[in-house]
Ligand binder design. Structure first.
Ligand code: 5GP
Ligand code: ZN
Length: 119
């Protein structure tokens, strides 16, 4: 059922604590942890504790939870002091866009310059 932990989901396991992660922030509804393969000096993933496969599904099912994720993305940027210089929040959605973990997550990237359009 939507929102329930999935036994085969890597990020549900990080929420449960059965797979370790470098957690930088946690709220009642979200966890933020450093990406294992960082693409920038700050590269943090913000996830809802509840399982939704992608960002659009999360936003449709639980808009306030999506708002929690976006607010936490801003808090992570402030905590890592990349908010003043600028940072990027990315939701890869679907295999063609590079999504590899099908538990909704915001990438928060900062601490270097970024190109536009993205690759
Ligand atoms: P996606 O490609 O789905 O947008 O992002 C998934 C992200 O999860 C990737 O940037 C990848 O490096 C990260 N990742 C994959 N496995 C792990 C893990 O076990 N721990 C952490 N902290 N990050 C992971
Ligand atoms: Zn999950």
């Amino acid at each position: 059922m939507a929102g329930e932990a999935q036994a085969d989901c890597l990020f549900c396991k990080i929420v449960e604590g059965s797979i370790p992660a470098t957690v930088v922030r946690e709220t009642e509804t979200t966890v933020a942890f450093r990406d294992i393969n960082p693409q920038a000096p700050t590269h943090v993933l913000v996830i809802p504790k509840a399982h939704y496969p992608d960002a659009a599904g999360l936003a449709a099912a639980e808009p306030s939870l999506m708002a929690d994720v976006l607010r936490e993305a801003g808090e992570v940027a402030a905590q890592d002091k990349v908010d003043a210089t600028g940072y990027r929040v990315v939701f890869n959605t679907g295999v063609g866009a590079g999504q590899t973990v099908f538990h909704a997550h915001a990438h928060v990237l900062g601490g270097r310059g970024f190109e536009w359009p993205p690759g």
